[in-house]
Design a protein around this ligand. Structure first.
Ligand code: GDP
Ligand code: MG
Length: 313
């Protein structure tokens, strides 16, 4: 049974008092699909807004096994500021799955009073970024977390989404230059603020340095202002202090106003789309339209016109 809803003032005061249990419940409220919860969530977000915006927002993306969780644990041990980790796991549509594995990998961090770890099932939205990650970032900021890390597995659209909500977008790679460079899509490289080759330890060190050179020269072909390429070992923690320095210098807070507008547009599009589909009159004619489309007796532009006749935008 879920815990009962708190009042707006209880959520707000609890968050501002840095009560982790209340913060966790507020994040659950944000994820709720119930209209009453959504209204409360919207009011809560507005209520804490004056206390938001003061963190460094860092996005970390990379294939499963790249070492994201281990690196976050290493960064968490290095930095002194309160840290919140929002990890989005597309491989577990409901709960559990590899999220549990992540939690154990961030064991030390999970027990630190300065850290707050929130695994979020992605529910298929944007291929890996939970729908409410932006709201979660703001609530964590209001609760006093000065560094917010959004961890996500790099699959398609999620890179764009993470880039749209962070000050620094870090792509974590494995040593082994050649093949991976082929697989990296140009679009992802253009979003990347910082490229980090992890596992630069033991036998892998020469390959990591070789990869660093390969990526550096490849990136210079792509863009005039190429992002830095670093190596580190999340395991031995070599290079982690330097990495943190670079993260801080690469973080660009000036893109936040544009990010807020993009969030608004996306939300507006989603909301209109949902309302449109939920409209009973549209639902009523859809099967007939789809049948006519399949039969080839109606064109898609005609079908759209018929829908707009019912529900003008
Ligand atoms: N040798 C080495 N292994 C690492 C390093 N970072 C992570 N690993 C290992 O790689 C595996 C995957 O790490 P994990 O952090 O769970 O990756 P994630 O899926 O990207 O979150 C684990 O077995 C880690 O111990 C590193 O810097 N060096
Ligand atoms: Mg992980």
């Amino acid at each position: 049974m879920p815990l009962p809803r708190l009042t707006l003032a209880q959520y707000r005061d609890g968050i501002l008092a840095r009560d982790r249990a209340v913060l966790a419940r507020a994040l659950t409220l944000m994820e709720s699909g119930l209209p009453a919860d959504q209204a409360l969530a919207r009011d809560l977000l507005a209520a804490v807004l004056p206390h938001t915006g003061r963190s460094l927002r860092l996005g970390i993306t990379g294939v499963p096994g790249a070492g994201k969780s281990t690196l976050i644990e290493a960064l968490g041990a290095h930095i002194t500021q309160p840290l919140a980790v929002l990890s989005v796991d597309p491989s577990s549509p409901t709960t559990g799955g590899s999220i549990l594995g992540d939690k154990t990998r961030m064991e030390t961090l999970a027990q630190s009073p300065h850290a707050f770890i929130r695994p979020t099932p992605a529910r298929g939205h944007l291929g890996g970024v939970a729908r409410h990650t932006r709201e979660s970032i703001l609530l964590c900021e209001a609760a006093g977390y000065e560094v917010i890390i959004v961890e996500t597995v790099g699959v398609g659209q999620s890179e764009t989404a993470v880039h749209q909500m962070t000050d620094c977008f870090l792509l974590l790679l494995l040593p082994g230059a050649g093949d991976e460079l082929q697989g990296l899509k140009r679009g992802i490289l253009e979003l990347t603020d910082l490229l980090v080759i992890n596992k630069a330890d033991g036998d892998n060190q020469p390959r990591a340095l070789q990869a660093q050179r390969a990526y550096s020269s490849a990136l210079h072909l792509f863009a005039a202002t190429a992002p830095p390429v670093l190596t580190c070992s999340a395991l031995t923690r070599e290079g982690v202090p330097e990495l943190w320095q670079t993260i801080q210098s690469q973080a660009d807070r000036t893109r936040r106003p544009a990010q807020t507008l993009a969030w608004f547009e996306e939300l507006l599009r989603q909301t209109l789309w949902q309302r449109f589909h939920a409209d009973p009159a549209i639902q009523a004619i859809r099967p007939a339209l789809e049948a006519a489309l399949r039969a080839g007796t109606l064109t898609p532009p005609q079908a759209v016109s018929k829908i707009l006749d019912i529900q003008p935008v």
